[in-house]
Write a protein that binds this ligand. Structure first.
Ligand code: ATP
Ligand code: MG
Length: 249
């Protein structure tokens, strides 16, 4: 699904303060794989995600998504495959607009042909049903401005909005870092459910080792722009939570 072939990305190239943020990474991510990335601050996790999303381009190497060479494809063109959720619950949705209008915007943004999609009752009903699947009671609040919701509620809705289109890949960069533990838990469980229900390929960056242990079917640890460890399937299942803590010794 995603093939990262010997990708390098340096910042401040040729200067004294050059940083080799991503340093020759090779990584193949299969369809329906849920990959968790851990690693210390500055190890290149976000840069790697940016390279996949297309907000940063590699110095060399190539990136394929779903069989297409997207190495030089800008982010807005990759959005046909990719949805992205950030750390800040405030980014990704418009505070002054109602939940419903935010879903309308999302539908318009992601469906080039379907400009009429957001204006009828059928759409409203569809949105209500989708929101009800979160089990947070938000389907009765769809006329309420997004800004009146808690960070956790917003992040859960942002997740839902981002996967409602036909995207196949979900990128999550510390989606719960700004949330209290309970909301973080709700958002992680929501993400996990959506990834399963929509059969998505997902990449989660997290500093929460409990989440890294509980979620996903593959885990990599990054350090200085490289992959230090890569465990999938049974290897990941066999991993103990303490092993993960030991990685950061
Ligand atoms: N636009 C940029 N200009 C210069 N340096 C950058 C830029 N983006 C990232 N870097 C540097 O590249 C390195 C990797 O950064 P990156 O954000 O990928 O790390 P990270 O693993 O996501 O860290 P964190 O856990 O703190 O989010 C860091 O040294 C960072 O300072
Ligand atoms: Mg980061």
């Amino acid at each position: 699904m995603i093939a990262i072939n010997n990708v390098h990305k340096a910042f401040n190239k040729g200067k004294a303060n050059q940083v080799n943020a991503v340093n020759g990474i090779r990584l193949n991510i299969q369809s329906n794989e849920f990959l968790v990335i851990v690693g210390s601050n500055g190890s290149g996790k976000t840069t790697l995600l940016n390279l996949v999303a297309g907000t940063v381009f590699p110095d060399n190497g190539s990136i394929n998504i779903d069989g297409n060479d997207v190495t030089k494809t800008p982010d807005y063109r990759r959005s046909q495959w990719i949805a992205r959720v950030f750390q800040n619950p405030m980014s990704g949705t418009a505070s002054d607009l109602s939940i419903l209008d935010n879903f309308r915007l999302a539908a318009i943004r992601t469906k080039a042909k379907g400009l009429s999609i957001g204006v009828n009752d059928a759409f409203k009903q569809q949105v209500k049903e989708k929101i009800a699947t979160l089990g947070m009671g938000l389907e009765n609040k769809i006329e309420q401005p997004m800004g009146t919701l808690s960070g956790g509620q917003r992040q859960a809705l942002t997740l839902l909005m981002s996967v409602m289109d036909s995207c196949k890949v979900l990128l999550l960069d510390e989606p719960t870092a700004a949330l209290d533990p309970r909301s973080a838990d709700v958002v992680m469980r929501t993400a996990d459910k959506l990834i399963t229900d929509f059969k998505l390929t997902a990449i989660l960056i997290t500093h929460n080792l409990k989440d890294a242990y509980n979620y996903g079917n593959r885990i990599i640890q990054m350090g200085e722009g490289a992959i230090l460890r890569d465990l999938s399937g049974e290897q990941k299942s066999a991993l103990k939570q303490n092993d993960l803590f030991d990685w950061f010794g």
